[in-house]
Design a binder for this molecule. Sequence first.
Ligand SMILES: O=P(O)(O)OC[C@H]1O[C@H](OP(=O)(O)OP(=O)(O)O)[C@H](O)[C@@H]1O
Length: 305
Amino acid sequence: MQRLILPLPGNEGFATRLAALCGGEPGSVETRRFPDGESYVRLHGDPQGRAVDIVCTLARPDPGFLGLVFAADAARDLGATEVNLVAPYLAYMRQDRRFQAGESVSSLSFARLVSSTFDRLLTVDPHLHRHPALSALYSIPTATLHAAPLLAGWIAANVPAPLIIGPDEESEQWAGSIAARIGAPHAVLRKIRRGDRQVDIDVPDLARWQDRTPVLVDDIASSGRTLVAAAEKLAGMDMKPPQCVVVHALFADDAWAQVSACFERVVSTDTVPHPSNRIELAPLLADALLRGLRDCSSDLKGTPR
Ligand SMILES: O=P(O)(O)OC[C@H]1O[C@H](OP(=O)(O)OP(=O)(O)O)[C@H](O)[C@@H]1O
């Protein structure tokens, strides 16, 4: 039986492409607020006897999260054989430990809530720096997809003679893998985060790459301070105008204006809808759904709830 693809509001475009690519039936989720502010949710599409994939990217997750839970519970009540969360961007991955006494470890709390609601989770490049895999946080099977090959393809097709640059030590994995795929050199900067919007960047000597176009690659652009600080340092080094490719285009508040002013071009994947989206990931996710969420990454294990 065809899968039922149910997008939460704002995810319709991605879900329509996904459904077309994996042969699923697109449905919809109607949401509104009752006068007292509580959430109303109604599914349009019949979950009875079929796998249901609820599509909801989790950028700015707080206002819609209860509606997402209600939609999943409704699909299960109405006979879905399994209820999966397709979250191209996965929220709450950065507060993954107690940095100061008394803080909540929101990564773990959020993972518990999602794991108690869904059977499986499919996502793209979760911000996993201190945990080896999503299975360290989530108790349901999780499938992780990686955008690096597509980022590499975009850079190879659009930027002649690139120098791939990761803004911090943790981005070595991205920068190294993208550079290796396209036969380009890469460099990694040093970042010290001093606060939510305070970042210091040190740049190594890049003089031997002055004939190349610097391309910053990162997983997330949120406040944009990492990218702005890196661009400011590069500007003082007589390099060619830099470009930037990110996976998850969160661009909080005025970040888009700040970042786009510092780079010749900024592009992103479509995990979060944004004017910078140029790299389409629906085919990657559709392929994962067609394979039954198998073989996406090593952390697809555990028992569906
Ligand atoms: O746009 P911004 O607000 O600068 O946020 C984006 C940056 O933050 C994340 O790393 P982070 O500095 O949080 O380091 P972490 O790997 O220790 O979480 C991410 O990998 C980006 O580099």
